[in-house]
Write a protein that binds this ligand. Structure first.
Ligand SMILES: Cc1cc2nc3c(=O)[nH]c(=O)nc-3n(C[C@H](O)[C@H](O)[C@H](O)COP(=O)(O)OP(=O)(O)OC[C@H]3O[C@@H](n4cnc5c(N)ncnc54)[C@H](O)[C@@H]3O)c2cc1C
Length: 336
């Protein structure tokens, strides 16, 4: 286990924020995770777990041991006539797993194409896009208990998945380090093309829906809509889409007849992007931080922003939306 000191995290977060880790360790196997936990204890320093850094905003140097989980490997852990249980190391790049599944002809995660980050972080916030969430194909994960150093298994129910939520962001926050994830993918396909522009894009491309074409359509839409973190620092959607009671939504609809809303099991979901756009934030720039000109849900670093600049901007937006619409926008990005 190699321990590096005073490491810049600029290359390790998609916002491109230049903060330092006091110590930096890469874990290539479970034993490295255990050793890093033990070592951080001897240093009396907190341990911060990092995947691809695409859902974090660093606001200060980390007086901590930063552990980048880099466990690799994709393998079949079980197979039946209808399903395949695909196991991947936490450090596998999410898109590599998607590509693997597509190549093999297994469906279930094609709508989640082009989401940055690692497999290990994917259950953390129950990643979702284009009408699909990982919980729909999630079978179980293994994780190291940071207290006992034992490996434990969490099945789908134990993860308590919700919209951009899991138990690891709530009751078990900072208690486990995910090492492997197993997804139950389908050999018999049921496609979901009903969300957003997927169907329309397939038609434009002249493709019939299959795993490959859906993935291509999703990537095409995402590349059109979302800024590439390599070109301009960002962490995707900064806020979650708020869910309101039907009554609150009806009241807002009387004031703002154009407000879109989608009925879900928990209430009416409003696109946060619409609220931010209506409030006039789209394309606004404050020094090195700003709101993206095409996708107002995405806050961007024009190059030299500090994490605090982005955080301050997010707070201004939250306050404004609260005043204008009476809605609290919850952050999706993990502010560190
Ligand atoms: C351009 C862009 C588009 C995006 N689009 C989407 C989208 O469509 N849908 C969506 O859901 N998300 C989206 N995201 C957010 C992000 O890609 C996902 O949340 C992704 O799963 C984060 O993975 P990561 O490896 O980068 O995690 P990181 O940012 O490194 O970490 C995120 C959190 O998980 C913890 N963590 C990471 N790895 C582990 C582990 N092995 N064990 C325990 N804890 C861990 C970290 O401590 C941190 O709290 C987007 C981001 C970008 C930049």
């Amino acid at each position: 286990m190699k321990i590096l000191e005073n490491v810049s995290l600029k290359e390790y977060n998609t916002f491109g924020i230049d903060k330092k880790a006091h110590f930096f360790i890469q874990a290539k196997e479970i034993q490295d995770i255990r050793e890093a936990i033990t070592w951080s204890r001897t240093q009396k320093l907190p341990l911060f777990v990092l995947g691809g850094g695409s859902n974090v905003l660093f606001t200060h140097d980390l007086e901590a041991v930063v552990l980048k989980v880099n466990i690799q490997g994709i393998s079949i852990s079980r197979e039946s006539g209808e399903h395949v249980w695909l196991k991947a190391g936490a450090g596998v790049v999410w898109q590599d797993l998607v590509d693997h599944a597509i190549k093999k002809g297994w469906s279930g995660i094609e709508n989640l194409s082009w989401i940055p980050g690692t497999v290990g972080a994917s259950p953390m916030q129950n990643i979702g896009a284009y009408g699909v969430e990982i919980r729909e194909v999630f079978d179980h994960l293994t994780a190291v208990n940071r207290e006992t150093l034992q490996t434990e298994t969490f099945d789908n129910e134990a993860c308590c998945f919700g919209y951009r939520e899991s138990i690891f962001k709530n009751h078990l926050k900072d208690k486990y380090i995910i090492s492997y994830v197993v997804l139950k993918l389908n050999k018999q396909h049921h496609f979901n093309t009903s969300y957003g522009d997927v169907q329309k894009t397939l038609e434009e491309l002249g493709y019939a829906p299959d795993i490959q074409s859906i993935s291509e359509a999703v990537i095409r839409i995402r590349q059109k809509k979302l800024p590439d973190p390599k070109a301009i620092g960002n962490a995707g959607s900064f806020f979650k889409n708020p869910t309101l009671s039907q009554e609150t939504f009806d009241r807002l609809k009387r004031r703002f007849p154009d407000i879109p809303g989608y009925t879900t099991a928990n209430g009416v979901k409003i696109p946060a992007a619409w609220l931010i756009d209506q409030a006039g934030w789209k394309g606004k720039r404050f020094g090195q931080a700003g709101v993206h000109h095409r996708q107002p849900l995405v806050l961007v670093n024009f190059g030299a922003a500090e994490g605090k600049d982005i955080l301050d901007l997010s707070k201004m937006i939250q306050e404004d939306i609260s005043q204008k619409f009476g809605i609290h926008l919850e952050r999706e990005v993990n502010v560190i």
